[in-house]
Design a protein around this ligand. Structure first.
Ligand SMILES: *Cc1c(COP(=O)(O)O)cnc(C)c1O
Length: 235
């Protein structure tokens, strides 16, 4: 059985308190860091809870799952794609998502721009960078970030809000923490360099999940994507 709203509310309250602690420890304003609950694999009720709790958006990792789920959720929410997107699903993604965080190739940029143009909208995106150089992760290579950004900035139907990354997992938890720290610091540096070069804010740094959100906030995250700590383990 899926959790009830009170359980979700208690977990969200605790998580937000920990996020605020992490922000203050880094001498940051807690209001700078947004919680994006990740509702993938969970029933439509998960998204309803998020809206009832007062948060504005949810993260999903599959296009088709979201199309079906979104049709069953009456609450006003923004839906963000955080999972890998194939170019042949770009049109569907542009139709059903309010932002795509997982943009990692020029081909995908071209497809999303065309799809957004056909819909007469400007689609907000993040560029996903494999900032931990993890062979098991999607995302563009750090060295390709400038080229990818230039390609996206040239598109009039896309708006680049910033960057996203996923930290690698390792054999031991200390190793994982060290990899995560390095990954987040790397994305932050990439963003700072490209913001300086282009003169654009590129403000959003989507980094941090259930296991590493505090490290991400210490490194400058503006958005943490959390599933397990809110909704429990996925099947
Ligand atoms: C599933 C997922 C998350 C949430 O992970 P948890 O460990 O359950 O918090 C965050 N980001 C991405 C890209 C995901 O696919």
């Amino acid at each position: 059985m899926f959790i009830d709203f009170e359980t979700f509310r208690d977990r969200a309250d605790k998580l937000r308190a920990l996020m605020a602690d992490a922000a203050r420890a880094a001498r940051r304003d807690p209001a700078e860091v947004v919680l994006l609950p990740v509702t993938k694999t969970h029933p439509p009720a998960a998204a309803e809870y998020v809206a009832r709790y007062g948060l504005a958006a949810v993260g999903e990792n599959r296009v088709q799952e979201t199309v079906e789920k979104r049709a069953q959720v009456a609450a006003a929410l923004r839906w963000e794609l955080i999972g890998h997107l194939q170019s042949n699903k770009a049109k569907l993604a542009a139709q059903h998502f309010d932002r795509v965080q997982s943009v990692d190739s020029e081909k995908l940029i071209n497809h999303l721009d065309r799809a957004a143009g056909e819909l007469g909208r400007v689609l907000p995106i993040l560029l996903q960078i494999n900032a931990g150089n993890d062979p098991a992760k999607f995302g563009a290579e750090p060295a390709d970030a400038p080229r990818l950004l230039d390609a996206a900035l040239a598109k009039k139907n896309l708006h680049v809000d910033g960057f996203m990354t996923i930290a690698p997992l390792s054999a031991t938890s200390e190793e994982t923490a060290e990899h995560a720290r390095r990954t987040f610091a790397n994305l932050r540096t990439i963003r700072d360099d490209l913001a300086a070069r282009t003169g654009l804010p590129l403000r959003e740094l989507s980094m941090g999940m259930s296991g590493d959100f505090a490290l991400a906030i210490a490194a400058g995250s503006t958005l943490v994507r959390v599933g397990t700590a809110l909704f429990g383990t996925r099947e």
